[in-house]
Design a protein around this ligand. Structure first.
Ligand SMILES: [Zn+2]
Length: 173
């Protein structure tokens, strides 16, 4: 599948917001080195949608939706754990703190001096923020593994218990 045809490398914040630009496109997880380091499915897609607009006639904002599946190592059993991530964010790009006081609290404030921002950096940061720190299966995965191992041991060595009983009997006599 083609990736990254429709998204520019740089986001022209004020310019895009003034024109109310709507961007959508596909990336690969491997396009984001920081994400690739963490997940085990680098060839999967990241779907991106960004809608720009001006708030209070001066503050560039973007509403974004990122969708991707990530495969992480479960921190309990170390097996693969697949998570469907849907990241929704509302950013306001301000040049100084005062500017952010006029904004709703649902905006994440992004303090930025420049008029442009690398598309990659924005997407990469938002994905990183939403990856769980300690990913685990939502069931008792360790318990299942232990049960499997016990069953396996028993079937491999059906006389182990019998032997133990005999030895114990022999000791009594
Ligand atoms: Zn697990």
């Amino acid at each position: 599948m083609e990736s990254n045809k429709s998204l520019p490398e740089q986001l022209k914040l004020f310019n895009f917001a003034k024109k109310e630009v709507n961007l959508s496109g596909l990336y690969r997880i491997s396009d984001f080195p920081k994400i690739s380091e963490i997940v085990n499915n680098n060839r999967d897609n990241v779907s991106v949608n960004l809608s720009f607009y001006l708030k209070n006639n001066k503050t560039p904002c973007v509403d974004g939706i990122l969708e991707l599946d990530i495969v992480l190592a479960c921190q309990r059993c170390l097996d693969d754990l697949s998570i469907a991530l849907k990241v929704n964010f509302h950013l306001a790009f301000v040049k100084h703190d005062q500017q952010s006081e006029e904004l709703d609290s649902h905006y994440e404030i992004y303090l930025i001096e420049e008029e442009e921002l690398a598309t990659h950096d924005l997407i990469s940061d938002e994905i990183l923020l939403s990856i769980p720190m300690v990913p685990m299966h939502d069931y008792d995965c360790i318990k299942e593994i232990n049960t499997k191992e016990i069953v396996k041991e028993k079937s491999e060595n059906p006389f182990a218990i019998l032997k133990k009983i005999k030895i114990a009997d022999g000791g009594k006599e």
